[in-house]
Design a protein around this ligand. Sequence first.
Ligand SMILES: [Zn+2]
Length: 91
Amino acid sequence: MLGRDTGTAERALVKALLADDKQEHHERLLVHNKVIKHNFRYNAMRLEQCSLEGCGANYEITLVPRQILYPKYCEKHRSEYQRVLHLRRKA
Ligand SMILES: [Zn+2]
C-alpha cells in the first residue's frame, strides 16, 4: 500500500540524494531508475524508450501518483548481464 506519506518520504529522499555531495548515493539510485516528474493524480500508462545505447526498445511504465522513480531500461536490459552483453556485441 502506497500511502500519502510514502510519496512524501520518497520525494524527500530523492531531493536529499540529488543534493548530496556524495555522488555515489545518487548514482546508485539512478543506475536502474530515472526520475520522471509528473502531476498525474491517477495511474497512467506511458511509453518510454530504453536508455541503453543502441537499444531504443519501447517499454510501458505506469505512472503512479507521487512516485517519481521509474525503470530506465526495457525489460530485457534491466539485468546488468544483458546490458553488458548488448554493449559487447555492439563494440
Ligand atoms: Zn533495452
